[in-house]
Design a protein around this ligand. Structure first.
Ligand code: SF4
Length: 422
């Protein structure tokens, strides 16, 4: 963006032109127009504080400066962490837990001021509000639910590491997140004392990876690893890169969505030293697609980090084709390739978040063929009991008729493919 500010556009003459003519008046005005456009764009792109953020800051944190707002430590320090606090910012509905209820549930509240600024204070049905604000439905435990539905603890050979698939492991680096999602699969371990880790607690997991030469892919998750101090992130990446059989490192994070100011130049400079490094960003709804998130994604993408997304399918939040299409297309514009759409895991008290599985298939069917293939994620169920991710697809294969395969396209039309090799 800085480059754009100082850059003058030079429009060369058309090649092969016989005569050199002085630029015409209209040519000059065209150049001036383009330069002015680039200047305006550079100015606009320079500002990381959207009008919405500015207004929220002025209204709720009048003592704080824009510099404070853009400081991720300030954001964490000023996060809302109690229902009492929350009630200062939004008008709680009857189903949302109120300060007077005296209820404390196992997953605490935490919302950064930035993410709170995206929440509609008067609309309890707003999607992202439902992902953050605790409701009484969380206390209704339904059949089939479990505190650790994916049996990650069972597949954990050493603390803070899950080894389920043949060649890759999940490294649980921290139990801390900058915002706690009410449907979190790991709500049994996030925000719990046992998982506020220090680097010493990583040692058994690091030793395990060193000793297991089949592990070529490490996914660092938690909690949210990008909430850790730079020095801890760098230490972990250095240790993993020192293991010769670890080919790729992945980081799972929601930080670019809920705390985009955390994606600082200093952090990016660390991350880009440890390629091949991939980042999966947890995104839920198009309301999250802000200028701030875009800039955070750009900083990561410009450092050569391939970005993917993961989204949980949530009832009445993002379970429609138009909403999902808008989210997936928006992510692509932010240079994030939609990767997974998860059926919501049956954690305790999650029935109000879960859709029938058919809904997920219907959404994929409504995306496939109707928008860019890049915008279509894999819809998966993480099988309860530790079975791993199972992909679910609409059935486009309709059978066989002699040497022809019967197919259905995205519009429901039928086709035959000659397959004489059968
Ligand atoms: S950011 Fe991820 S780990 Fe943290 S609460 Fe949300 S879903 Fe759970």
């Amino acid at each position: 963006m800085e480059r754009l500010q100082n850059e003058k556009v030079v429009i060369s003459h058309v090649e092969g032109s016989e005569e050199e003519e002085p630029p015409s008046q209209s040519f000059l005005s065209e150049e001036a127009l383009i330069n002015s456009y680039l200047q305006t764009r550079a100015e606009r792109d320079k500002s990381s504080l959207s009008p919405r953020s500015q207004e929220f800051l002025r209204q709720y944190f009048p003592e704080a400066t824009e510099k404070d707002w853009l400081n991720w430590h300030w954001q964490l320090k000023n996060s809302v962490q109690t229902i009492d606090d929350l009630s200062r910012f939004i008008n709680l509905s009857d189903n949302e837990i109120r300060p007077t209820s005296g209820i404390t549930n196992s997953l605490p509240v935490r919302i950064t001021p930035y993410y709170l600024s995206l929440i509609d204070k008067n609309n309890a049905d707003q999607a992202i509000r439902k992902t953050m604000v605790p409701v009484f439905d969380e206390f209704i435990v339904s059949e089939g639910e479990a505190s650790d539905p994916l049996s990650e603890e069972h597949d954990s050979p050493v603390p803070n590491l899950v080894h389920r698939y043949p060649d890759r492991v999940l490294f649980l680096a921290t139990g801390y997140c900058s915002a706690y999602c009410r449907y979190c699969t790991r709500s049994h371990m996030v925000a719990k004392d046992k998982c506020h880790l220090g680097i010493k607690a990583w040692e058994p997991a690091l030793k395990y990876i060193e000793q297991h030469t089949e592990v070529r892919d490490v996914l660092i998750s938690g909690g949210d690893p990008l909430t850790m101090p730079d020095i801890h992130i760098e230490y972990l990446l250095t240790r993993l890169r020192a293991i010769s059989h670890v080919e790729i490192i992945r980081i799972g994070t929601k930080v670019p969505v809920v705390l985009p100011m955390r994606i600082t130049k200093a952090l990016v400079n660390i991350l880009k030293k440890y390629h091949p490094l991939f980042i999966s960003i947890h995104a839920t709804h198009p309301d999250e697609l802000t200028l701030e998130m875009k800039e955070a994604c750009e900083r990561l993408a410009n450092a050569g980090i391939p970005l993917g997304s993961q989204t949980v399918l949530l009832k009445d939040l993002n379970d429609s084709i138009p909403v999902m299409k808008k989210l997936m297309q928006g992510l692509l514009k932010f240079r994030v390739r939609p990767y997974y759409l998860y059926q919501c895991d049956p954690i305790l008290g999650s029935a109000h978040f879960r859709t029938p599985v058919e809904k997920g298939i219907e959404i994929i069917q409504g995306l496939r063929g109707f928008t860019s293939g890049y915008a279509v994620p894999h819809y998966v169920i993480d099988a309860p009991g530790g079975g791993g991710k199972i992909p679910l697809l609409p059935d486009y294969f309709e059978g066989r008729e002699n040497n022809y395969v019967l197919l259905r396209n995205y519009e429901g039309k039928h086709f035959k493919y000659p397959d004489f090799s059968h």
